[in-house]
Each structure stands twice: as structure tokens, then as C-alpha cells.
Design a protein around this ligand. Structure first.
Ligand SMILES: Nc1ncnc2c1ncn2[C@@H]1O[C@H](COP(=O)(O)OP(=O)(O)OP(=O)(O)O)[C@@H](O)[C@H]1O
Ligand SMILES: O=C(O)c1ccc[n+]([C@@H]2O[C@H](COP(=O)([O-])O)[C@@H](O)[C@H]2O)c1
Length: 212
């Protein structure tokens, strides 16, 4: 904000301040989203509101760095389901930068890329407790720790201690995973209320997850 001191007849000093650029707190919700489920949406929404973030970027990975076998379906379908799930939710955005980059999706590369284009954003990396436990194995983890704030969300049955600084956000624990959704679909069981209706419809229309 520019501040100018009003000059009175006896006061000639003019004080100018350089404009201060405000920063933008942005959440990063990375995942394979195979498929996206209510656990992902609830954690992102709770973190966004409790930490007063401006928005949350949902970033589907091209290839998860440590779990190749999870890539059972096309990245395009995973991204489409994320889009359907977040449609109309103010502050939730789909970002396809990892899919566009291709190859293994290292979070460090993603954050460097984002920071290059958005120098005024501060990034909050939203992670389930299982992912917090794996942080020591991540690519360039110490460099990444300098670039983001880690935000942890508890996951049922997972206790974790870490040397990295983590802001733990208290959210309802959701015993739900993409693995569980895939298993239910494969057994022709209901996934009502576990994924958004439009995602459920997409899975049904495309016949996803029936083979496994
Ligand atoms: N129910 C949940 N509670 C807390 N965090 C979750 C939950 N489900 C997923 N996450 C977190 O969301 C991020 C993306 O997860 P991912 O897309 O791999 O989903 P997933 O349900 O863990 O998948 P899968 O069962 O295939 O391993 C990770 O940080 C993961 O820890
Ligand atoms: O950068 C890494 O080394 C790294 C290692 C494991 C996982 N990640 C990221 O963590 C997110 C969740 O991964 P996943 O395998 O549970 O879907 C996803 O965005 C991955 O790209 C990143």
C-alpha cells in the first residue's frame, strides 16, 4: 500500500513507502487419485478452511514415484474424475502440470516449477499420515522442506513421528482409500457416498476398475 503523508503548510517532508506485495497461501493436494474419494475432498476442504488458504491445487501425478503398480488407469481418466469431484467448489482447482511433465512426479520438481511461475505464493503441502511417514525417502526432501510447509492429516491406524516440521490439522479421520474403492467396484459393490456421484457415474460409464 502506498502511504503518503499529507503536507501541511509548515510540514514539507513527504514520506513515501514502496508498495508491499501481499503473499498467497496455497494448498497442494498431490495424489494418484485412482480414484479421488471423499477422504481426499474432506482433508483438502478442512485444511483450506482451518489454515485460511486462498485455494487448494489438486495435482494428479503422472507416475507416482514409489508405486508404479498403482497406475492401473490412464492419467486422463484420473484427472477427469478430479475435475468432476471439485466442480463448483470455490477454491479447489485442478492443475495438470505433473501430467504434462510426464515421468515420475517428484514433488520437489513440481514446487520448483510452481514457485518459478508464482513467486508470491506460499505452498502448503497437504499429506496423509502415511505419506508423512515416507518423507525421508522422498527426492531432494531436505531442499523440498525449505520450499514448503508440510501439513499433516491423520489417517486411521497410522501413528507417525517425523523429524520434519509438520502442522497437524485436526480433521475427522476417514477410513477410506482408493484401494478400498477399487476393491468395491471390482466386487460390484456400492461406492455410494464414498466418492462424489459424478465420479461414481464416470467409473460406471467407463467400466473402470472392473478387471481387478
Ligand atoms: N482417508 C485419508 N485420510 C488422510 N489422508 C488421505 C486419505 N486418503 C488419501 N490420503 C492422502 O491423500 C494423498 C493422495 O493419496 P492417494 O491418491 O495415493 O490416495 P490413497 O487413498 O492413499 O490411494 P491408494 O489406496 O491407491 O494407495 C496422500 O497424501 C494420502 O496420504
Ligand atoms: O517426490 C517424491 O519423492 C515423492 C514420493 C512419493 C510420493 N510423492 C507425492 O505424494 C503424493 C501422494 O503419492 P501417492 O503415491 O500416495 O499417490 C503424490 O503427489 C506424489 O507425487 C512424492
Amino acid at each position: 500500500m502506498k502511504q503518503t503523508e499529507i503536507k501541511t503548510p509548515v510540514q514539507t517532508k513527504v514520506q513515501m513507502q514502496t508498495p508491499k506485495l501481499s503473499r498467497h497461501p496455497v494448498g497442494i493436494m498431490g495424489g494418484t487419485f485412482n480414484p479421488i474419494h471423499l477422504g481426499h475432498l474432506i482433508m483438502a476442504d478442512q485444511v483450506m478452511s482451518q489454515l485460511k488458504l486462498e485455494k487448494v491445487l489438486f495435482i494428479p501425478d503422472a507416475q507416482p514415484p514409489h508405486q508404479d503398480e498403482k497406475l492401473t488407469i490412464d492419467a486422463k481418466d484420473r484427472a477427469e474424475m478430479v475435475e468432476l469431484a471439485i466442480q463448483g467448489h470455490l477454491g479447489f482447482e485442478l492443475d495438470l502440470l505433473e501430467i504434462a511433465r510426464g515421468g515420475k512426479s517428484y514433488t520437489y520438481d513440481t514446487i520448483v516449477d510452481l514457485k518459478k511461475h508464482h513467486p508470491l505464493s506460499d505452498y502448503y503441502l497437504i499429506l496423509g499420515a502415511d505419506m508423512i511417514a515416507y518423507l525421508p525417502t522422498w527426492h531432494k526432501i531436505d531442499e523440498l522442506a525449505q520450499l514448503v510447509t508440510f501439513v499433516g492429516v491423520k489417517r486411521p491406524g497410522i501413528k507417525v513421528e517425523t523429524k520434519y516440521p509438520v502442522i497437524w490439522v485436526d480433521t475427522p479421520e476417514i477410513a477410506l482409500s482408493s484401494t478400498k474403492i477399487r476393491d468395491l467396484v471390482a466386487r460390484h459393490c456400492s461406492i455410494n457416498y464414498l466418492v462424489p456421484q459424478k465420479v461414481q457415474q464416470y467409473i460406471r460409464e467407463k467400466g473402470l476398475y472392473l478387471g481387478k
